[in-house]
Ligand binder design. Structure first.
Ligand SMILES: Cc1ncc(COP(=O)(O)O)c(C=O)c1O
Length: 420
């Protein structure tokens, strides 16, 4: 284990442990200590750490071809990945562009929307997280730390309220109605529909607190976008690839977006992201006006992503996410009944948030941090999220078993008792 390092301190670290090996839901340090990774590396390792099929695919590809730059050649692995994505996305989403990170894909989606509509403005939601580049920072409203002292940021972004019922203290129907009313007001007061290129939404707010958007809200968004020729972009970077108990988060609302943004779970740890849209839309994107050296060229990332899709489908990880998610939510609601510090338990599949609230109704970030730290002391890694930092998020690899979930919930229960 290295004791000195020259890493930039701009990185925050949940732990200082140095993993040397990983398998399924577990990380191991050099002394052989085992940690239960219920962060999945922030939603990346949906197939579990070092899935043997993915390891094997990367190894085999490395011996054949590591890189085929997309402006120079047509890398076969890119064609195969696009075919595989075509099978898991709705029929109208049949063209794919590859890049390296979630932020890069979000930016690409915004470029696609702006160029093809000829419009400038983008609507985002309160609590959104879309990335760390200048464009995506401007679209990120979950916490000021992500944009701290980086102004001025690119313009043309307007923020609408996200239907976060628990925060507003209303039921889902009332919240949905109010948020839609505010969105209509925004289209009257801040951005005319005919200058609005896209509305972008996370179907389950991620960094903003693990809040699923009500299906009625998503359906209304779809309708509103179609009515005004606004493109509906769904950011599935954290909620995609089986995470929510359906292949994509938007599947819960039975809608079809115009553009899907994918990353994280797509590559099982290899840096790859994608934008999916209809061929008709992609054809309007003027050739040469977007690209990048690595996107679609790194064959290791491409085969890792293709194999990830195969593994998710063949090992029925979407179904497991749904079942383990139900198990988890039922357990957490039982705990909520005993521990009034838990104000809300919510989520879809294995994207579950536990919100901590003080007796006066204020967010309780200190308690969330204490509980997460008490879990960490027992080698269970859990992250917090939410604008106030008072939500513990459960985002384990989708390969987690019922018994492993029991173990994690048992540790969480002990941590809760300790932090009473
Ligand atoms: C919903 C969402 N969009 C975009 C991003 C940015 O992805 P990346 O960190 O790969 O740039 C994230 C990262 O957490 C995310 O959760």
């Amino acid at each position: 284990m290295s004791t000195t390092n020259h890493l930039s301190p701009v990185w925050t670290h949940l732990t200082e442990m140095q993993p040397v090996r990983a398998e399924r839901i577990f990380l191991y340090d050099a002394d052989g200590n085992q940690y239960i990774d219920f962060t999945s590396g922030i939603g990346v390792m949906n197939t579990g750490h070092s899935h043997p099929r993915i390891v094997q695919a990367i190894q085999a590809q490395a011996e054949q071809l590591i890189f085929g730059q997309m402006n120079i050649v047509m890398t076969p692995a890119a064609i195969e990945l696009a075919n595989a994505l075509n099978e898991v996305t709705p029929p109208t989403i049949d063209n794919f562009f590859f890049s390296n990170s979630g932020a890069e894909a979000v930016e690409g989606a915004v470029k696609l929307a702006r160029q093809t509509t000829g419009r400038r403005n983008i609507v985002v939601f309160q609590g959104s997280f879309h990335g760390r580049t200048a464009q995506t920072m401007a679209m990120t409203t979950s916490k000021y730390v992500y944009r701290y002292n980086y102004q001025p940021l690119p313009g043309g972004i307007v923020t609408a309220p996200f239907p976060y019922s628990y925060y507003f203290g209303w039921d889902e129907e009332e919240t949905t109605e109010w948020c839609l009313k505010q969105l209509h007001l925004l289209l009257k007061s801040q951005t005319a529909p005919d200058e609005t290129a896209a509305i972008i939404i996370e179907p389950v707010l991620g960094e903003g607190g693990y809040v699923p958007a009500p299906p009625a809200f998503m359906q209304e968004l779809r309708q509103l976008c179609s009515q005004h020729g606004i493109l509906l972009i769904v950011d599935e970077v954290q909620s995609g690839f089986g995470r929510t108990g359906k292949f994509f988060g938007f599947d819960h609302a039975g809608i079809v977006p115009d553009i899907i943004v994918m990353a994280k779970g797509l590559g099982s740890g290899m840096p790859i992201s994608a934008i999916g849209a209809s061929e008709a839309l992609m054809r309007q994107w003027k050739p040469g006006t977007h690209g990048g050296t690595y996107g679609g060229g790194n064959a290791l990332a491409l085969v890792a992503a293709k194999t990830t899709i195969d593994v998710i489908r063949e090992e029925k990880l979407v179904e497991n996410a749904a079942a383990r998610g139900q198990q988890l939510i039922a357990d957490l609601r039982r705990l909520q009944a005993k521990h009034p510090v838990i104000g809300d338990v919510r989520g879809l599949g294995l994207m579950v948030g536990v919100e901590f609230t003080q007796p006066n109704g204020e967010p309780d970030a200190d308690r969330a941090t204490l509980v997460a730290n008490a879990c960490k002391a027992r080698n269970l890694l859990l992250l917090t999220c939410g604008s106030y930092g008072n939500v513990i998020r459960w985002i384990p690899p989708l390969v987690v078993t019922a018994a492993e979930m029991d173990t994690a919930v048992h540790i969480f229960t002990e941590a809760l008792e300790e932090c009473r």
